[in-house]
Design a protein around this ligand. Structure first.
Ligand code: ATP
Ligand code: MG
Length: 425
């Protein structure tokens, strides 16, 4: 009887070895830039109490309304959720451990998030985010700092330019005023509203501006602008942020329709968007969330941050032809029958010197071993043959055209081999 094969869950992907170099390249650049800007690493659990996200993201949001993996722990009845994003958890951790006690904190995170969405290109049920949260900073210098860092990251990853869209949501009072104006406007056009929009008309009318429904584009394009409801301070905040971006030569467009849906956002909101990925073109989104820490029970403190969809960024890197170097090892050891222990001790010498080394495993003809060496991507083959071993030496063969002495085999002592390899790998 054939044994049934078990498959991964829809929308949740394996990271396969062929994509590992791209992931590693991203992770290295992102974490080193975070450090470059003085941000510290934080990791929070993947599972939290459901009410953290209900309160920290908002009940009337796509995420909480229909995308959360929520369940009751059958062992104790706790209501839990897989985290759909990381900001609420980071704020929870800050409050729980009193991290802001000594002053403001710059934090970054990276890891898997979970949302029950319809899987498609750029949209998965398990996906990964890299994000930063600056807590206790009033801005706009901090908002600008994160945008500068992101602009630098796109360059380092080889995907620049990415379009920066910016908006100012004002303070809660500004938005309350705007909300009324918007409700009146949409009420006058009720016949054009789709189901989602009708449902949100009174609960979250700003979110209607975000609609992707083509039949509603004219309606939202002609809607009253949030900017006109902003108080002087909010307008000044946006102007100050724009001045920093201009001084640093960061291109951006102000998009008055950008609202990013979450109740707790205020002042700055932004998205980085590419046209190269089809419908899922937003690779990063963020903004200011001054009310959130207080809403989750902490002492009020202003904060701003962003989250980036790593899968979308990697897709864009592929689209841009970014190909980080990848090889299984630097050196592949091929060896004659009966000389395994010589091969092993040579390999361990190389590893002492931090040279990534694979010893051919299993018996095989010499020629086939060399084929494996070539396929591994190794730069060199280290040859442990009977003649070399008898002379207390090893053979070293450069496998790549761009290496000195390509194609010929040198006979060296292991010390000479280590020192030559040390200069080339
Ligand atoms: P979208 O409008 O595409 O649904 P969102 O507003 O729900 O995005 P955020 O909650 O702001 O997204 O998350 C920040 C970033 O995380 C997004 O800009 C995107 O790059 C990425 N992201 C969000 N949801 C997914 C998903 N289901 N699969 C892959 N990446 C995602
Ligand atoms: Mg979404």
């Amino acid at each position: 009887m054939a044994i049934e094969k078990i498959q991964a869950i829809r929308g949740m992907s394996d990271m396969l070895p062929e994509d590992a170099p791209l992931w590693h390249f991203f992770e290295k650049e992102a974490s080193s830039l975070a450090k470059l800007y003085g941000y510290q690493h934080i990791r929070t659990p993947i599972v939290e109490q459901t009410r953290l996200f209900k309160r920290g993201i908002g009940e009337v949001t796509d995420i909480v309304e229909k995308e959360m993996y929520s369940f009751v722990d059958s062992l104790n009845g706790d209501e839990l959720s897989l985290r759909p994003e990381n900001t609420a958890s980071v704020v929870r951790a800050c409050i729980e451990h009193n991290l802001l006690y000594e002053g403001p904190k710059r934090l970054w995170y990276m890891g898997p998030m979970f949302r029950h969405e319809r899987p498609q290109r750029g949209r998965y049920r398990q996906f990964h985010q890299f994000g930063m949260e600056a807590m206790g900073f009033k801005g706009p210098d901090t908002d600008a700092e994160q945008l500068l860092m992101l602009n630098r990251l796109w360059k380092r990853l080889g995907i620049a330019p990415v379009r920066l869209e910016l908006n100012c949501l004002g303070q809660l009072e500004d938005r309350k005023a705007y909300r009324e104006v918007l409700i009146q406007y949409f009420e006058a056009h009720k016949d054009i509203l789709d189901e989602d929009a009708s449902r949100r008309l009174y609960s979250n009318p700003l979110r209607i501006l975000d609609t992707k429904n083509p039949d509603m584009q004219d309606l939202v394009n002609n809607a009253p602008k949030l900017y006109d409801s902003l108080g002087e301070e909010s307008k000044q905040f946006l102007a100050d942020l724009e001045a920093i971006l201009k001084a640093e030569g960061i291109d951006y467009v102000v998009n008055p329709r950008l609202v990013r849906g979450l109740d707790y956002y205020n002042l700055t909101v932004f998205e980085w968007v590419t046209d190269k990925l089809g419908a899922q073109g937003t690779i990063c989104g963020g903004g200011r969330y001054d009310p959130l820490i207080g809403m989750l029970g902490g002492r009020d403190a202003p904060a701003c941050g962003f989250a980036m969809g790593i899968e979308r960024v990697l897709e864009l890197m592929k689209e841009c032809g970014v190909k980080p170097e990848s090889r299984e090892c630097d050196v592949y050891v091929v060896w004659d029958k009966a000389l395994y222990l010589n091969a092993l001790s040579a390999a361990e010498r190389l590893r002492d010197a931090d040279i990534a080394t694979i010893i051919h495993s299993g018996s095989m003809k010499f020629g086939n071993q060399m084929k494996r060496a070539d396929a591994s991507g190794a730069l060199y083959a280290l040859v442990i043959g009977a003649d070399e071993a008898a002379a207390g030496k090893v053979g070293l063969k450069a496998l790549r055209e761009n290496l000195e002495g390509y194609g010929e085999q040198k006979t060296l002592t292991i010390d000479e081999a280590v020192s030559l390899l040390g200069q080339h790998v």
